[in-house]
Structures are given as structure tokens and as C-alpha cells.
Ligand binder design. Sequence first.
Ligand SMILES: [Zn+2]
Length: 393
Amino acid sequence: MEFELWYLLSLPLLFAAGWFFRGFESRVRETDNAALPRSYFRGLNHLLNDQPDKAIDAFIEVVKLDSETIELHQALGNLFRRRGEFDRAVRIHTHLLNRADLPGRQRSQALDELGQDYLKAGLLDRAEDAFVQLLQDRHHRFDALRALLRIYQMEREWLKAVDCARQLQREAGESHYVAISHYYCELASDALVRNDLDEAQRAIDEALTANRKSIRALILAGDIAAKRGDPEEAWRQWRRVENASAEHVPLIAARVADAMAAQGREGDALNWLERALLDAPSIDLLDIVAHRATAWRGAAVAENMIAQETQRHPSLLGFERLLEARMAINQSTGTDDGELRLLSSLLSNHTQKLARYRCSKCGFRAREFHWNCPGCSSWDSYPPRRLEELDVA
Ligand SMILES: [Zn+2]
């Protein structure tokens, strides 16, 4: 009986104890919640007052108090990176990485962000280290491979870039065959500079295996043959460019014409150039024709050819070439036409903008033709046409 009474009395006691401890826990939570916003707002306040150093210190305090603020920390680091404050972004992400209790998933995320900080800051070696570590993490592997691909491209580490691109093709199902072909073309160009023709040929064979339609690889294959002293093979390769893409003929025209001229066939070379100009009019091709005609037949013949082409395809850039040819003739005969010179200089101020090449992906304009866009890193995004011709077309 006594035992049963004690048992019945214990029930409300246990209930009271439960209520008390629940209240205690919620009071502790309230204290935490009160502490957290203060640090948050202090950090935000510093940020809004353009005191990022103090803001970082405040946010570091927040992270010490509650691991749930890791995301806030990541976001703050990314904010600094976007603002170009890479040293601050690095500080935040390094601080996160140094935390012993950081969960594995978030450690990888912080490492990824740190790699991006270094990449944006141009510290490529450190970025590479971070992304190589991330290759083992299946959640970050593809992003790490893409980042490494960018890094190797910037470092001109072409074989490593090929390796990364092939892994992305194989594992992520992405298409990188155009880029892979260009990486081998870069290797071939470097080997050509070193006069290592066998190495250049091996690289070009790989480039054409990756992309058999690669215009650049065909041009380089002709260059290698020409350097070997085999003009017939060089022509064969360059003519493949002509067959594959009339638009790209300006890129091989000087090579073809000069190789013919080297064999004493200047007349054939000029005929070939004139026919190419008729087939696919282009300012670059007109320049090549004018330059060779001046050298081989004299300024008067060149001026006549430019005049005919300018009538067929009127353009300011073409007209500028015509004025230059006329001034060259004047110079050679000792006559001076002030109005012609004035007109030429006025025109050249205007045509400088029209003479650029433009990336078809991002619109980046460049004086030189590029296989790889300096603006967006796309391959084959530059048509070999000047701005004035592109806007007419
Ligand atoms: Zn671009």
C-alpha cells in the first residue's frame, strides 16, 4: 500500500520536473537566440558602414557560437570574392577550413570556395592545389575538373588540359572535342616554334583525330609540311581549308601565295588570290592581294585591283586601302595630294573601330584574330571577318 502511494505521488513530481527542465532548455535557447542576432546585426552593421574587416570579425564570432552559421560564413566569403576583395574571401574560407569540427560536406564546399578565391585572384598554383584535393569528393569532382580545365588552359598546360577534358567527356558526358583539338594545335604550334617537326606532326594527328574538321589543325598540317620542304603536301593541306570553309581562306591565302611565289610562280599566285577574292570577298584577303600585287607587280597594278574590288564590294575599310595605295603611288612619283592625306587620316580615325574582329559568343572585340576568345575563353568563336563585314552580312 505504501509503495503504491509513493508510486502515485511520483507521477506529478516527474511531470513537474519535465516541465521545469523543458522551461530551462527553452530559456537557454532564448539566451542563444538573443546572443546570435546581436552578432549578426553587428556584422551586418559593419558591412553596411563599409567596415568589412570589423564585419568579418563579427561574423567569425557568430560562427564560433553556432555551427549553423557556416552558410552565412560561406555567403560572406563569396560576397567578398564577387567584390574583388580576394584576400578577405581567402581569410573567411581559410578560417572555415581550419575549424576542426567542420562537417566533411561543408569542408569540401569551403575548399571549393577557397579554390575559386585563388582562381579569381590569379593565384593559379594555390587554386590548382585546392581543386586537385576536391577530385576525390564525388559531389565536387566535376566542378573541380572544370575549374582545373580553366587553370590548365590559363597556364598553357595543354596535356593536363586534354586529360581533364577527356575525364569530363567520359564521366560527365560533356562535349570537349573542339577544345581538345585546339589543345593539340597549341602543342603543335609550340613544337613548330622549337622546330621539332615530328612532335608537331604527332600533335596535329591527335588534333585531327579529336576533330577532323579542325581548320586550325589543317592550317598547321600545311605549315609543318612547308617547314619540311614539301610544298605539294603543304598546298594539299591548305586547299583542304579552302574546301572545308571559304570563310577561312584569308587565314591561308598568304601562305598559299607565298609558297607559289617561292617557286617562281608569282603570276599563278596572283591569279589564285584574285579568284579567291571573287569567290569570298574579304578585307583581309584584299590586304593580302594588295600587298603581294604591290611587291610583285608594282603599286599601280595593286591600286587598280583594289579599285575594282572596292567597286564590286564597297566598304569604308576597302576605300581606306584604296586611298593608301594612291598615296603610295603619289609618294613614289614625288607628288603630294594634301586633300587625299587629310581624307585618309579622317577615314582611318573612323575605320579603326570597324577593323576589329568580334567574338560571336560574348561580343569581345579584338584587333587580332583569335582561336580562343580572350573575353569568354570560347574556342572558334571569332569569324575571320572584320566588324564592318560582319554587320553588313
Ligand atoms: Zn568571347
